[in-house]
Design a protein around this ligand. Structure first.
Ligand SMILES: [Zn+2]
Length: 266
């Protein structure tokens, strides 16, 4: 029974953080071999410290050997995580050229409007091409990153968050706009809006900042390094965007009227 619990924990940690499962095995393996009498809480504490040290010090150095670098986590940067859970779970790794492009876009955005930074969501894990960062099947090679929309509160701009995770709070189609979500669900893609369960809390006093979100998308697609951007069709129309790098992701994926999916060329 105990073995099954450990296997379950290792599987979950690997799916969510990639490295957590291995650190669990190393940490609990050491206690098993050393046979030292130690309480469950001390074991958990030791694992947590080892995980944190690895995440902060060892993984970034090893990932570099794999051609991936972490996105910044400091508040002083113009490129910031939407939520610190993302870097804590090692979900903020990209290829250096994508990081450099994001820095450039973030700095330009902040230069034009001091109230705005560029906020990133899930990117990729540090290691192994083809290892998916669930639930995003395509975030597996360092070329993909999700970015937050901009929102205003009483017409005030800023890096405001309607959803704590950055996912699942949708900029719904108006009555006069094409409703892709309805269309996909009618076709039987029941999962199309399941990210609504992944918000970890929402606030409803914010307005979608169409102007600044459009400026952001326009900057990204203007760069030859950008391969494509995925957003929901009604937002592409609403923002009057026509670049053919801006696409619809298909009903097999999930709604993209809560974030931007961005990917660069090989
Ligand atoms: Zn994505």
């Amino acid at each position: 029974m105990k073995t099954f619990v450990h296997i379950g924990i290792v599987a979950i940690l690997t799916i969510v953080t990639q490295i957590g499962g291995i650190i669990w095995i190393l940490s609990y393996g050491y206690f098993k071999i050393s046979k030292r009498p130690i309480t469950r809480w001390k074991k958990l504490f030791s694992f947590s410290i080892l995980y944190l040290l690895s995440t902060l010090l060892i993984v970034p150095a090893l990932a570099k050997l794999n051609g991936r670098v972490p996105l910044p986590i400091t508040k002083s940067s113009n490129l910031i995580p939407h939520n610190y859970i993302t870097p804590l779970l090692n979900r903020h790794y990209v290829k250096p050229k994508l990081r450099d492009q994001l820095y450039e876009v973030a700095n330009e955005t902040n230069f034009e409007n001091r109230k705005l930074k560029l906020s990133y969501l899930d990117a990729n894990f540090p290691f192994i091409d083809g290892f998916p960062l669930l639930p995003h099947l395509s975030h597996n090679d360092g070329r993909k990153v999700d970015l937050s929309f901009y929102y205003t509160q009483n017409n005030e701009e800023g890096n405001l968050k309607p959803s704590n995770t950055g996912y699942g709070f949708f900029v719904e189609p108006r009555n006069t706009e094409f409703n892709q979500s309805k269309e996909c669900k009618l076709k039987g893609y029941w999962h199309y809006d399941y990210t609504k369960f992944l918000t970890l809390g929402t606030r409803h006093d914010l307005e979608f900042d169409q102007l600044n979100t459009k400026k952001l998308v326009t900057k990204i697609v203007a760069d030859p390094l950008t391969q494509k951007i995925l957003i929901e069709p009604h937002l592409k129309t609403r923002m009057n965007l026509s670049n053919n790098k801006i696409r619809f992701q298909g009903c097999h994926a999930v709604r993209h009227d809560d974030h931007i999916h961005h990917q660069i060329v090989q």
